[in-house]
Design a protein around this ligand. Structure first.
Ligand code: MCA
Ligand code: AMP
Length: 502
């Protein structure tokens, strides 16, 4: 009986004493971690979870949260990791859309989320960042479960991603999707058992959960596991670590700290950046200060990683490198399958074992983005030079990336437009010195201008903090083209410098 994801990433480390995670200076060996995960799978079975069931988790970053991922793989349960910033109103949608059988929440959120779970027909259990919670206690008491049989086509996770229009979509990722990318990246970035990765990313997204953790597990290396981005903790970890993965904000914040220098980074061999564009200037400053060249790569929730600058060879600032081995990439005239002439800009499409299985119960949306022959239309606009390096020049989708988090303006506009005193609104991303892009709302009042504070407060209950506009501007109307479409590019130009003054 085999279970490729569990066997490859977890079970084979069952008898290992090698360190998997360093946490507060203490090492958690692989063997202890795998035992914990097997017991958690046992506890999940006792709660009635069956292979194929969905488990939604909104939990803080901890070893048990990683064990939950491993336990889901062992039990054949589909994991649905959720941003810890989401409000109960947001969680309600995911739990009911996925028809989750169990919602695992932080103990502090149990009161607020119990009703949410029950409304959706799900049970609730808790897992605390400090090791407590009902699922942790049940794990302490459970016997290790035997992994269930799976194959690479079985689903391992749903990661929800919003869209330009309509409801958030559950991207279905199979065991094979995750494993193929884990193997490719481990090899491509030369990870091995001697590595110690600084892990300061959240673990509810592809970057922190699959790229960072799966690569570490595939290599049998260790992670210095930090609960969040903390500049002191990262700088302290560097002399004993070998690699770090981060979003561009990690790098700009570190560059602003005078303690970052060659001596502190002398043991490091690899700095990876992704999730959002990195300015060529940041690459240059990093190299000047540390002597290291940041390796920039490009991926998506639906595809894991698609391209990467080379480990050896030229890493070109401003590009996301070359298609990864096994990944096909083409650049087409948008709306067609016709490749553009080499060097020209078009829609980036990708195909390979990394590409997801479609959106959960949304066949039309799947058909609109995933061609029957396997090409996925990314919504990113780019070009490829003669050597194959890809440059992302923009997005065909109305998407803002703030500090590495994706925000679909439509979702924010819908909440704003529903507020009393608001006729309509347009939400845009403009340059932000720390987050890359910051959110600004242009609001057209319906009569008297509503107080900004009232709008801010109304959004707080409905949207996660990172989706709430940082700046509000009131205007008598929105600029529109002859077709009546709001001209967001014009708004972005008008307000381009708004965060310079903040
Ligand atoms: C926190 N806040 C944010 C963000 N993060 N607001 C907008 N955008 C954000 N990204 C809010 C906080 O709630 C807080 O609000 C205020 O901003 C300041 O928080 P601060 O302490 O400065 O933030 P932080 O906790 O230091 O977080 C910033 C961060 C974090 C370290 C950049 O956002 C982060 O870890 N980002 C990584 C995201 C990521 O992993 N992306 C990968 C997904 P208030 O002041 O009101 O309390 S994309 C992906 O997976 C694809 C496949 C890929 O290619 O990788
Ligand atoms: P998500 O849907 O959250 O996985 O975000 C994926 C999106 O992030 C991609 O479609 C790109 O627009 C963007 N992205 C990821 N990595 C990079 C990068 N290195 N440079 C520019 N954009 C990136």
């Amino acid at each position: 009986m085999t279970n490729p994801l569990y066997d490859t990433l977890f079970a084979r480390h069952r008898d290992s004493d090698a360190p998997f995670m360093y946490l507060n200076g203490r090492a958690m060996p692989y063997g202890a971690f795998v035992d914990r995960a097997a017991r958690m799978a046992g506890a999940m079975g006792a709660l009635g979870l069956e292979p194929g069931d969905r488990l939604a988790a909104q939990v803080g970053k901890s070893p048990d949260a990683v064990a939950l991922y491993a336990a889901c793989a062992a039990a054949g349960v589909v994991l649905l990791p959720l941003n810890t910033a989401y409000t109960p109103a947001e969680i309600a949608y995911f739990v009911s859309d996925a028809e989750a059988a169990l919602l695992v929440a932080d103990p502090g959120a149990e009161a607020a989320l119990t009703e949410v779970a029950h409304q959706a027909g799900a049970r609730i259990a808790t897992l605390g960042q400090d090791g407590g919670g009902s699922l942790a206690e049940a794990t302490d008491a459970a016997d290790p479960a035997e992994p269930v049989a799976r194959d690479e086509s079985d689903l391992a996770a749903f990661l929800y991603t919003s869209g330009t229009t309509g409801r958030s979509k559950g991207a279905m990722l199979s065991q094979g999707n995750l494993l193929s990318n884990a193997r490719t990246l481990t090899d491509h970035w030369r990870f091995d058992a001697g590595d110690n990765l600084i892990h300061a990313l959240p673990i509810f997204h592809t970057h922190g959960l699959f790229v960072a953790i799966n690569v570490t597990l595939t290599a049998g290396g260790a992670m210095t596991f930090l609960p969040r981005f903390d500049i002191d903790a990262i700088l302290d970890a560097m002399p004993g670590a070998t690699a770090m993965m981060g979003v561009p904000t990690f790098y700009t914040r570190l560059l602003a700290d005078p303690r970052l220098d060659r001596e502190r980074t002398a043991n490091m061999r690899l700095f990876v950046s992704g999730s959002a564009p990195m300015l060529p200037e940041t690459h240059r400053q990093w190299t000047e200060r540390t002597g290291h060249r940041i390796l920039e790569r490009y991926g998506m929730t639906e595809t894991n990683m698609n391209t990467s600058n080379p480990y050896e060879g030229e890493r070109r600032p401003g590009t996301v490198g070359l298609p990864l081995p096994g990944v096909d990439l083409r650049i087409c005239t948008p709306g067609t399958t016709d490749p553009v002439p080499q060097g020209e800009t078009g829609m980036i499409e990708v195909r390979g074992p990394n590409v997801f299985q479609g959106y959960w119960r949304m066949p039309e949306k799947t058909a609109a983005e995933l061609r029957p022959d396997g090409w996925f239309i990314t919504g990113d606009l780019g070009r490829q030079d003669a050597e194959g390096y890809v440059t992302i020049v923009g997005r065909d989708k109305d998407l803002v990336i703030s500090g590495g988090f994706n925000i679909y303006p439509r979702e924010v506009e819908e909440v704003l437009d529903a507020q009393p005193g608001v006729l309509e609104s347009a939400v845009i991303g403009i340059p932000h010195p720390d987050l890359g892009e910051g959110l600004l709302a242009v609001v057209v009042p319906d009569g008297d201008t509503p107080p900004e504070e009232t709008l801010r407060r109304a959004l707080e209950t409905e949207l996660a903090r990172f989706k709430q506009p940082r700046l509000y501007v009131f205007a008598p109307e929105l600029p529109r083209n002859t077709m009546g479409k709001v001209q967001k590019a014009a708004l972005r130009r008008t307000h381009a410098g708004a965060f310079d003054a903040t």
